[in-house]
Design a protein around this ligand. Sequence first.
Ligand SMILES: O=C(O)c1ccccc1N[C@@H]1O[C@H](COP(=O)(O)O)[C@@H](O)[C@H]1O
Length: 206
Amino acid sequence: MVADTYVKICGLRTPEAVAAAVDAGADAVGFVFAPGGPRTVSATLARSLGEAVPAGVETVGVFRNQPIGEVIETARAAAVTTVQLHGDEPLADIRMLEGAGFRTLRAFSADAYSALPADEKAGWETGRILLDAVEPGAGVTFDASAIQAQPPRGFWLLAGGLTPANVGTLIATLRPNGVDVSSGVESSRGVKDIGLIRDFVHAAKM
Ligand SMILES: O=C(O)c1ccccc1N[C@@H]1O[C@H](COP(=O)(O)O)[C@@H](O)[C@H]1O
């Protein structure tokens, strides 16, 4: 296993789930602001959930193809430390977010990332990236052979169909800096399971 794996638990909607993630040792908790999903929360709810999160743990707002002005306004209202862009957003949006004082994560489908020209990859790899399945938050794994052959050069997170049962093996095989999970710590879509959250963080940090 890889020591000090960064762990983000995403799609949190209750104080109990946030406390479980923090108590288990997660490095980040995620709140989904991309509209229309089972995990979508308001900035007001995220702000109140985030008040119980200690300073060393990142609070991440997740957005997908929303106008950058709206992203910044929502992230400020929610008082998150970090913005995750999970759509087709340009590098300029990452730069704007950095200028506004946020840490960032930019998500790609693993296939799309592997197909990027080297100079584009180099631009994204100056920041933190996240490699996921094509449909985010669906609990689906993907063929990671291209990533295994040519992993990103900077800090990167693995997501997509991770569970307490498979995360240890995937960390050992692909050696990401961290992992991000939503579906794999739920009892049903959008409903977090406290025991699975604990099991996932422990398995990822073993
Ligand atoms: O979880 C969502 O509903 C979501 C919606 C829009 C963009 C991203 C979303 N979640 C991200 O998906 C992965 C987790 O995937 P999985 O459910 O574990 O397979 C993670 O990066 C979330 O931030």
